[in-house]
Design a binder for this molecule. Structure first.
Ligand code: SAM
Length: 213
């Protein structure tokens, strides 16, 4: 599990967070049983946090970069109104198939549109604005995703960026991925277009809105 919090504190926090529906517990179990990369799941705390952000911002249109097995998309979709939509994209056919299987099990699945292909290509083709954009795919492209997200963001929209602490490696970036994430964090910190906060939830979550006037 990716977190900076001691295991017993993480467990206590999960126990004191709203319970997941059975089909999402089943999705987590299946992902953990079948995937070596199951730690990519955002999990109950971050998933519920995303859900509360959707509720509080009254988001109607969401873009997700990085579907994986669909857990975070499902959490956000459940908080959208009936006429809301979430577009989620991924390059991995195998995980996209698992995600689709579970979208069909949920009454909120009809709000989710899956796009298979490179996230950057998807983002470049998209029209209209989004109230919330969740960036959670390949870290080397994070800066490009951030810049395109600012173009696609509605006036009062929210960008949520996952893994901004990258297991602590941002403190002493060494490889390409460390440098990409640390570089984006520094870029956002100096970006006068935005207001932002870095939260040490799980592997670090950055919230970004347009700067206040
Ligand atoms: C951390 S996982 C997403 C986790 C998911 N949001 C959740 O909470 O369950 C990252 C995903 O990004 C996908 N990905 C990697 N590179 C990509 C790219 N260039 N375009 C689209 N998706 C990509 C991977 O296949 C993987 O499924």
């Amino acid at each position: 599990m990716l977190t900076f919090v001691p295991e017993e504190i993480e467990d206590y926090s999960v126990q004191h967070t709203s319970k997941l529906p059975d089909y999402l517990n089943d999705l987590i179990k299946l992902t953990k049983a079948t995937r070596d990369d199951a730690m990519m799941l955002s999990g109950p705390i971050e998933g519920t946090f995303l859900q509360l952000l959707v509720i509080c911002t009254r988001a109607k249109r969401i873009l997700e970069i990085g579907t994986f097995t669909g857990f975070s998309a499902q959490m956000m979709a459940a908080a959208l109104p009936d006429d809301g939509e979430i577009i989620t994209c991924d390059i991995d056919q195998e995980t996209a198939a698992i995600a689709n299987e579970f979208f069909l099990k949920s009454k909120h699945g009809k709000k989710i549109k899956q796009n298979l292909g490179s996230a950057l290509d998807t983002m470049l083709e998209l029209q209209g604005t989004f109230d919330m954009i969740f960036i959670d795919a390949d870290k080397e492209n994070y800066s490009a995703y951030y810049e395109r997200s600012l173009e696609l963001l509605s006036d009062s929209g929210l960008i949520v960026i996952d893994n901004v602490l990258w297991g602590g490696r941002v403190l002493n970036p060494k490889d390409e991925t460390d440098i990409a994430i640390a570089g984006l964090n520094d870029h956002i910190n100096g970006d006068v277009r935005v207001k932002h906060v870095m939260l040490p939830i799980r592997d670090g979550v950055m919230l970004v809105t347009r700067a206040l006037n």
